[in-house]
Write a protein that binds this ligand. Structure first.
Ligand code: IMP
Ligand code: MG
Length: 173
């Protein structure tokens, strides 16, 4: 597969990430929070997002094994990397690269809520609304995009293209 067309330019992404950072700063009103980055895809987004905030969240990371083509999961969540922070009584902001079927965030949020945080919000750079199988309340969405596979700015195809500065679609070589 090779890069086909640029869907979101570097400038457009950075401008929107700035807006999200400011909105998150305002919404937390100086309260402390823990930002949970969902690896690996959200890595680049989180790096820019925390630098666009006038807030200083603690950082933690989770990595979840993909739901792949499973439409209904057992309800369990398979962590490749677990939280290292006790989130009980804390304000939590989960940040992922993209919400597609919604399964990842649905199960992750359920798991996090079982740890009794004092609040839980969700932020994604991209959303494909047409693909949703599970409804998830997402508090911050960078861009709604059509049902096309995209890479770049942290998102991969078989671990490739994460370092691309823009977000692009792929086509057969
Ligand atoms: P969901 O569980 O179906 O919502 O999928 C979420 C995960 O699937 C994301 O965190 C991505 O890792 C991956 N994903 C979904 N769509 C894309 C895409 O277009 N490009 C790259 N990764 C994607
Ligand atoms: Mg991901």
């Amino acid at each position: 597969m090779i890069i086909d067309k640029i869907l979101l330019s570097e400038n457009l992404i950075l401008q929107r990430v700035q807006e999200l950072g400011q909105q998150i700063t305002n919404d937390y009103c100086g309260q402390s929070f823990i930002l949970i980055c969902v690896l690996k895809g959200a890595l680049v987004f989180v790096a820019d997002l925390i630098r666009s905030m006038d807030a200083h969240p603690d950082l933690d990371f989770v990595q979840i094994s993909s739901y792949g083509n499973k439409t209904e999961s057992s309800g369990n969540i398979d962590f490749l990397r677990e939280l290292t922070t006790n989130i009980k009584g804390q304000n939590i902001l989960v940040v992922d690269d993209i919400i597609d079927s919604g399964l990842t965030l649905y199960h992750l949020n359920k798991y996090l809520l079982s740890k009794k945080p004092s609040s839980l919000r969700t932020c994604v750079l991209l959303s494909k609304p047409d693909r949703r199988k599970k409804h998830v309340e997402v508090d911050y969405v960078g861009f709604d995009i059509p049902d096309e596979f995209v890479v770049g700015y942290g998102l991969d195809f078989s671990e490739k293209y994460r370092g691309l500065r823009s977000i692009a679609t792929l086509r057969m070589a």
